[in-house]
Design a binder for this molecule. Sequence first.
Ligand code: B1M
Length: 234
Amino acid sequence: MADEDEIVLSELDDDELAQQMMDDLYDGLKEEIEEGVHIYLARGWMPYDILTKVLVEGMRIVGIDFRDGILFVPEVLLAANAMKGGMFILRPLLIETGAEQVGKMVVGTVKGDIHDIGKNLVGMMMEGAGFEVIDLGINNPVENYLEALEEHKPQILGMSALLTTTMPYMKVVIDTLKEKGIRDDYIVLVGGAPLNEQFADAVGADAYCRDAAVAVETAKDLIARRHNVRAGTA
Ligand code: B1M
């Protein structure tokens, strides 16, 4: 028999459920997050709204308490694991848009950095928008990017960094592309919480992407501009 105090997620209204799921994410409760995602889907919520309004918002709160020394690495790992449980359910729904393939992107988190939730979200959204995504995972030295560019010949190189100590590595990658004379063969997009537009300019990227939706729009826009330049219509 259910405990009288036990919260039944399906009995909560949308706002209460969002609040409860943010608490559950904070507590690293993966099964509850998965259940909550299914409930929202059954209520007709769009996968993107569940991601941004509930999961990403919940992780933002985790980030604040991590910064303030209220949460520590083991707890944040559990929260990240719960978040990934929700993302796993949403991924096929975001990808399954039937959109025509519009381009290819190689994406990876830079050397020294193991944060991958944001990068994964960007990959999911890009796939949903019709891009083929080659995900190099985390902690990538420049050699990994070079090999993947050579092998997959994408239009876009995406790099993610979440630490102020690892974001300068993006310049190492871009400078290496310049040294090899291949920088202009690719659209280089960068993202991650500590970055901004000035940083992207300073390291020689084509654009800074504040979030996954901006990454999709920027990628489409820059690819279209390239096509126009090549067609002589820009
Ligand atoms: Co870390 N961590 N962490 N962490 N962690 C941060 C980044 C931090 C800001 C927390 C804090 O203090 N408030 C802080 C960095 C401070 C700084 O550099 N100034 C920090 C620290 C210090 C650390 C450690 C050093 C802690 C320690 O060991 N003492 C350590 C470093 C490990 C390493 O990388 N070498 C560490 C470890 C971890 C965990 C392993 C516990 C875990 C990562 C789990 C995982 O990713 N699998 C973790 C987490 C979860 C976080 C926070 C709480 C959340 C990050 C996240 O997933 N956000 C984070 C706090 C924060 O960011 N406020 C924090 C949700 C995600 C959807 O957003 O990643 O920003 P985000 O991605 C967005 C955009 O940025 C953008 O689009 C995404 C989707 O909208 N975007 C791109 C991202 N990449 C893009 C690439 C693109 C385009 C857009 O390419 C085209």
